[in-house]
Design a protein around this ligand. Structure first.
Ligand code: NAD
Length: 305
């Protein structure tokens, strides 16, 4: 498949592009600027400001791609003023996803975020049940989470325009850990994976979720392979099979998220707060990496079997 990835120079994008190229696809990355960290001469890198709808439409049409994966966004909550995050992410979704459809791209996929669920809301958050899955209610409480919900709904909007001749899906990747971060490079939040494990307060805002970027690449490969055969417009959580924690979440979650004790009692052992069971059921996809095997020198957790 010829696949165009927006935001291919980014933290997730570099690994996604490389992983899909390794899987045998023909890749085009579109980003504001090419990445010299994407050391792949076989991947075409186009420099386009995707906020420019005309330039975006022209670039997408020129790719003659079979599929698009839209990652480009302001990727961190509160990293810019709320109005800028909302305008940027929702606007990019319009220009990129709408542009892809008008360019004749038949498979259109976008990155959403688990934050649409609304955990960490200042006035409290009480889930009915854990782990969270795609049927859990969405209650965004900041502009980033709202922009991600809008991206999911932009796909729904386009689906109502085109019907099933174009296939759509969105995915909500958990806290992405790129391969170099296992070896000590800073994560998206600035600290290392080791520090995130050592201080549960660091991983608590994301409910101790995580996923290896290479597993997101294998998810995307499975998704694109299945997209013509599953219902169009599905949303998927994409996370590791365990929590990024040394203690069970039944203990940790209530400490950091008051109101979760009852639901969290189901999260014994190393169970994560997010379920990827839908991706397993519909796509046959399973994450293959865990911090327990990837983190060099990681001590064996004493309290978790
Ligand atoms: N990293 C995570 O833990 C995580 C978790 C959930 C969802 N996501 C989502 O996954 C996607 C990728 O995240 P990431 O961590 O790789 O982010 P990132 O910031 O590392 O990469 C985003 C890329 O988009 C590009 N971009 C932004 N605006 C652009 C524009 N106007 N024109 C062209 N390029 C533009 C940037 O140059 C950058 O390379 C985002 O949509 C993010 O919201 C990420």
């Amino acid at each position: 498949m010829r696949i165009v990835v927006t935001g291919g120079s980014g933290r997730l994008g570099r690994t996604l592009v490389s992983g899909l190229a390794d899987a045998g696809h023909d890749l085009v990355s579109i980003d504001r600027q090419p990445s010299d960290r994407l050391d792949r001469p076989d991947v075409a890198q186009l420099a386009v400001d995707l906020a420019d709808a005309d330039a975006t439409a022209a670039a997408l049409a020129a790719t003659r791609a079979d599929a698009l994966i839209h990652l480009a966004a302001i990727a961190v909550p509160f990293s810019a003023p709320e109005d800028v995050i909302l305008r940027t992410n929702a606007g990019l979704a319009q220009s990129v996803l709408g542009g892809a459809v008008r360019a004749g791209i038949r498979r259109v996929v976008a990155a959403s975020s688990p934050t649409v669920i609304g955990y960490g809301a200042p006035r409290g958050w009480t889930p009915d049940r854990l782990p969270l899955d795609e049927t859990s209610p969405v209650e965004p409480w900041n502009a980033y989470a709202l922009s991600k919900l809008l991206i999911e709904q932009t796909l729904d909007t386009l689906r109502r325009q085109t019907g099933d001749q174009v296939r759509y899906a969105s995915f909500r990747p958990c806290f992405v850990i790129a391969p170099e971060e296992w070896a000590g490079a800073p994560t998206q939040q600035g600290h290392t994976v080791q520090e995130r494990l050592d201080d549960p307060a660091l991983a608590a805002p994301a409910l101790f979720n995580y996923v290896d970027a290479r597993d997101v690449a294998s998810f995307a490969d499975s998704l694109l392979a299945a997209l013509d055969d599953i219902p169009s417009g599905e949303v998927f959580f994409v996370g590791a099979d365990d929590a990024l924690a040394r203690q069970p979440l039944s203990d940790l979650l209530p400490r950091f998220h008051p109101g979760t004790a009852e639901a969290a009692s189901a999260l014994t052992g190393d169970s994560p707060a997010f379920s990827s069971a839908k991706a397993a059921r519909l796509l046959g996809w399973h994450p293959s990496r865990s911090w327990r095997t990837e983190l060099a020198g990681s001590p064996t957790p004493a309290s978790v079997s």
